[in-house]
Design a binder for this molecule. Structure first.
Ligand SMILES: [Zn+2]
Length: 393
């Protein structure tokens, strides 16, 4: 008879062992030994180190078939905090969260990103320090900062790359500047990638393939594949806004090309089209307000924009085979009309296998997606196996 094979996770050090506990499920020393194939004494020493750090805590006793029940241990997300920063063209949203993206204190205010990096980031650091205090935590509890910016970002270096709406920010050392003020590692990414991370990490943690589409003044997407964010070679993966759509060859886009999906289906494009037809609207917000007020012309225009977006997303479905497409951003507040247009085309144009279990849904995190994503990114950095080993060293 064939021997039953057991899946052995190779846990090299304490940092790797900690990864097994990240899901929050309580486990016994014996379970950890079995999962890793390591000796009980090795596991015991490593669990002790994690308990001493506060990152792991006792989680009661496991049920026992006889004798003394064994103790269990689980991840303790409240052990440290991170600062999450979501910067837009005209707003800043900051949150101090625990290591499971639970918001402990937050703040929202109007800023002008065009005021330049020093002004904006100095303000962010001052607000961040105040929020840590407001959350009832000491500055020493802060272990990292995640920042989302409204433009292209070289994630590895944390620097914006020729961002169109951020004068003075090109190639600015955002991590260096904030690190000098707050003294902890700083991670930076574009706002859409962070919205994808935030929605995925908090609402769809068990979904490995997810596409987050932001529909606002511009259109962009964040790609989660095999459970992780995919940024591409230059960080431009998911930049859908300038893909050409059929029947729009005469529509000029702000990028200089014609026929881009953004020039036809963004909130601003729909507002302009409605205005031209005698229905006054200047922004996505105006269009959404008209849809909510029951304006038939606005609803029809939004549904048509959804169909146009659906043409592009059908191609994405063929390329990436996501199981969930989340539609977010201010224009997504137009709700079912936009989703209905998207679904209509995606389900018609994609192969049945790709859409068999595909869900196309509205964002559940709404305006908080970017800040939650900044928290997820900052947390992933400090809880990696290497970071845990360095912390315990
Ligand atoms: Zn364009």
């Amino acid at each position: 008879m064939q021997e039953l094979t057991r899946v052995v996770v190779r846990a090299q050090g304490t940092g790797e062992l900690f990864q097994l506990l990240r899901d929050g499920r309580p486990r016994t020393r014996a379970e950890l030994a079995q999962l890793t194939g390591q000796a009980r004494s090795t596991i015991a020493a490593r669990v002790d180190a994690l308990l001493a750090s506060g990152l792991v805590q006792p989680a009661g006793e496991a049920s026992s078939t006889g004798g003394r029940p064994p103790a269990t241990f689980a991840f303790r997300p409240s052990a440290r905090v991170v600062l999450a920063v979501d910067l837009g063209a005209s707003h800043a949203r900051l949150a101090v969260t625990d290591l499971a993206a639970t918001v402990l204190a937050d703040h929202h205010e109007t800023i002008a990103i065009a005021a330049g990096p020093e002004v904006v980031l100095d303000r962010v650091a001052a607000l961040g320090a105040k929020l840590v205090e407001q959350a009832g935590r000491s500055p020493a509890d802060l272990v990292s900062v995640g920042v989302g910016l409204p433009g292209p970002v070289d994630h590895a270096r944390g620097r914006p790359t020729s961002p169109p709406i951020m004068p003075g920010w090109d190639d600015f050392d955002v991590p260096g500047h904030l690190h000098r003020l707050l003294g902890v590692p700083v991670l930076v990414d574009n706002d859409v990638n962070l919205m994808a991370l935030g929605e995925h990490g908090t609402e769809f943690p068990d979904v490995d393939h997810l596409l987050f589409v932001k529909v606002a003044t511009g259109i962009g997407a964040g790609v989660i594949s095999d459970g992780g964010i995919r940024r591409g070679a230059q960080g431009a993966a998911g930049d859908l806004g300038h893909i050409a759509v059929p029947g729009a060859a005469d529509v000029l886009c702000r990028c200089g090309n014609t026929g881009c999906v953004e020039a036809v289906a963004s909130g601003r494009a729909v507002a302009e089209r409605l205005s031209a037809a005698g229905v006054p609207a200047t922004s996505a917000t105006d269009v959404v307000a008209r849809v909510r007020a029951g304006d038939a012309a606005a609803s029809a225009a939004v549904r048509e924009a959804g169909r146009t977006l659906g043409e592009v997303l059908a191609t994405c479905v063929s390329m990436l085979n996501p199981s969930v497409i989340v539609v977010g951003g201010p224009f997504a507040d137009a709700g079912e009309y936009l989703l209905a247009g998207i679904r209509e085309v995606v389900y018609r144009r994609s192969l049945p296998l790709a859409t068999q279990h595909l869900r196309i849904v509205a964002s559940r995190t709404g305006g908080r997606a970017g800040a939650l994503g900044a928290s997820v990114m900052a947390t992933q950095h400090v809880l990696s196996a290497e970071a845990i080993d360095a912390l315990l060293a």
